[in-house]
Design a protein around this ligand. Structure first.
Ligand code: GLU
Length: 478
C-alpha cells in the first residue's frame, strides 16, 4: 500500500487495499489489542477455481472464486457476482466488506463473497445454468457451501434464478439434508425463499435515508430540510438495488431527477417515473429514447448534476479523484459496494459532503437473507403461528371498546386495526428496525469520539468493536 518512502498514495490502492485503509483509519478509535485487529483484518480462506464449460462446439475455461474473509461467526455469508471485472482482489475486498457489514447490523455471520468471471448479458441461460451448477459442485467438493458453513446469495449479475440452480444442485449432491434449503439465500419464494428479499437492499437504503434525514442538526448543517419529502435524488444503476431504491424513495415523496445507466442517463427536473423507466429499459434494452426525460449520452457526467442525495447503486470505484471535485450532492448514499475511492472520499469530506457508507446503507440485503436463513432452519413461514391469533385478539379488543363506549369503530379503520402480521410485514419491520438501530449506533459513536469526523470511520469502528466482542465471548482473546 505504501510507496518506498513509506507514504501512502491513495491513487495506487487496489479495492481490497481501500477496505484495509478504512479499517486502519478506524482501528485507533476501537479498544482492541493489535493482534486481534490483525486477526479481524486478515482474509481467512481463498478458493480460486478454473473449470471447463461447453459453449456450443467449444470448451472455455471459467475462472471463479469464493473467499471467506472471517470465520469469527459461522456460517460465512455473501453474494456471488457474475461480471467480467471479477478478480481475486475484488472478491477479497467484497468479502471483507461483508464481515464488517454483518457485524454492524448484528447479523451473526462471518463475511464471504464469490465471483465468476463471465458476462451474464452475453451468455445464454443454458450456459449460465451449466456454469452455476458446476460452480456449486466445486464448492460442495471443497466444503465451501452449506447451511452452517458458507451461505451464498445474489449480487451483481445474479438473482433468484441462479440461487434456485444453486439450491437444486446442492440438494442433489446432499440428499436428505434436513436444513439443506438454508445453503443459499435470495431463492425464489416458491423454493423456500422469503417475501421481501428481492427488494430488501433498496428498501433498506430508503429506511436508512429516512432515518439519516430525520435529524434536524445534521440536516441544518447540510442546508437541507428534515425528511425525505421533496429531496432531489440521482441514482446510478437501474439493476435490482437502484430500481427498488428509486421506486420506494418516490413513495416517501423524494423526486428522482436523474437515473444513470451504462448506456446513458435520463434527466428530468420534475421527476422521473422510475417504474416506467425500468419497464422501458427491459423492453428496449436501453434507456435511450425514454419519453419521460432528457437523454444524456455521457452517463457518468449525470452524477455531477445539482441534487440533494446521490445514490451510486452500480459497481465499485465510480466516484474517483477525477470526478469527485465536480460532485454537488450534499449526501451520498453508497447503495453499491465501494463506489467511492479513498482519494475521492478525502475530497468529498473536505467539501462537507455527508457519505453514508456501504457497510451500513446496503446491509438490508444480508439482513433479510438472515431472516430467510432463519425461516429455512425453523421450517416455518414467519407469521404462520400467530397471525390469526392476533386478528382474533384485536377484534375482541375492538368489541370491548365498542361495548364500553357505546360507539362503533368506523369500518374503514377496522381492517388495519385487526390485521395480523404476514411474513412481509414482519420482514419489513425487522429490516426497518435493524437499519434504524445501526444508524443510531454509528451516529452516537461519531458524536462521542470527537476526532471521528466521518460516518465511515464511525461505522468501521462500531463494527470492529462488535467483532472484537464476539472473539472475546468465544474465549479466544481472554
Ligand atoms: N450481495 C449482497 C451484499 O453485498 C447480499 C449478500 C447476502 O445476502 O448474503 O450485501
Amino acid at each position: 500500500m505504501a510507496d518506498k518512502n513509506g507514504k501512502l498514495n491513495l491513487k495506487n490502492l487496489t479495492f481490497s487495499d481501500s477496505v484495509s485503509y478504512y479499517f486502519d483509519k478506524a482501528a485507533p478509535f476501537t479498544d482492541s489489542p493489535q493482534g486481534l485487529l490483525d486477526q479481524i483484518k486478515a482474509c481467512n480462506s481463498i478458493y480460486k477455481m478454473n473449470f471447463p464449460v461447453k459453449y456450443g462446439n467449444q470448451v472455455k475455461v471459467i475462472e471463479a472464486y469464493r473467499v471467506q474473509h472471517s470465520h469469527h461467526r459461522l456460517p460465512t455469508k455473501g453474494g456471488i457476482r457474475y461480471s467480467l471485472h471479477v478478480d481475486q482482489d475484488e472478491v477479497m475486498a467484497l468479502a471483507a466488506l461483508m464481515t464488517y457489514k454483518c457485524a454492524l447490523v448484528d447479523v451473526p455471520f462471518g463475511g464471504a463473497k464469490g465471483g465468476i468471471k463471465i458476462s451474464p448479458r452475453n451468455t445464454s441461460p443454458e450456459i449460465l445454468e451449466n456454469i452455476t451448477r458446476r460452480y456449486t459442485s466445486e464448492l460442495v467438493k471443497k466444503n465451501f457451501i452449506g447451511p452452517g458453513i458458507d451461505v451464498p446469495a445474489p449480487d451483481y449479475g445474479t438473482g433468484e434464478r441462479e440461487m434456485a440452480w444453486i439450491v437444486d444442485t446442492y440438494m442433489t449432491l446432499r440428499p436428505g439434508e434436513i436444513d439443506g434449503y438454508a445453503c443459499v439465500t435470495g431463492k425464489p419464494v416458491s423454493q423456500n425463499g422469503i417475501k421481501g428479499r428481492t427488494e430488501a437492499t433498496g428498501r433498506g437504503v430508503v429506511y436508512s435515508l429516512n432515518e439519516v434525514c430525520s435529524y434536524k442538526d445534521d440536516m441544518q448543517q447540510l442546508g437541507l430540510e428534515v425528511g425525505l419529502d421533496g429531496k432531489r435524488v440521482i441514482i446510478q444503476g437501474l439493476g435490482n438495488v437502484g430500481y427498488h431504491t428509486g421506486r420506494i424513495i418516490q413513495e416517501y415523496g423524494a423526486v428522482v431527477i436523474a437515473v444513470a445507466e451504462s448506456d446513458g442517463a435520463i434527466y428530468n427536473e420534475k421527476g422521473i417515473d422510475v417504474e416506467a423507466l425500468h419497464k422501458y429499459r427491459i423492453e428496449k434494452k436501453s434507456v435511450k429514447g425514454f419519453p419521460g426525460g432528457k437523454y444524456i449520452a455521457d452517463s457518468i457526467s449525470a452524477l455531477e448534476l445539482e441534487c440533494d442525495i446521490l445514490i451510486p447503486a452500480a459497481l465499485e470505484r465510480q466516484i474517483t479523484e477525477v470526478n469527485a471535485p465536480r460532485i454537488k450532492a450534499k449526501i451520498i448514499a453508497e447503495a453499491a459496494n465501494g463506489p467511492i475511492t479513498p482519494g475521492a472520499e478525502k475530497i468529498l469530506l473536505k467539501k462537507g459532503t455527508m457519505i453514508i457508507p456501504d457497510i451500513y446503507i446496503n446491509a438490508g440485503g444480508v439482513t433479510v437473507s438472515y431472516f430467510e436463513w432463519l425461516k429455512n432452519l425453523s421450517h416455518v413461514r414467519f407469521g404462520r403461528m400467530q397471525k390469526r391469533y392476533e386478528e382474533k385478539h384485536q377484534s375482541n379488543f375492538i368489541k370491548l371498546v365498542e361495548d364500553l363506549t357505546g360507539k362503533s369503530v368506523p369500518k374503514s379503520r377496522i381492517d388495519s386495526l385487526i390485521h395480523g402480521a404476514d411474513e412481509i410485514d414482519l420482514v419489513n419491520s425487522g429490516l426497518e428496525d435493524t437499519m434504524i438501530n445501526a444508524y443510531r449506533d454509528i451516529r452516537e459513536f461519531k458524536k462521542r469520539k470527537r476526532n471521528v469526523t466521518d460516518l465511515r470511520t464511525a461505522a468501521f469502528a462500531v463494527s470492529i468493536n462488535k467483532i472484537r466482542d464476539s472473539y472475546y465471548t468465544m474465549g479466544i482473546f481472554p
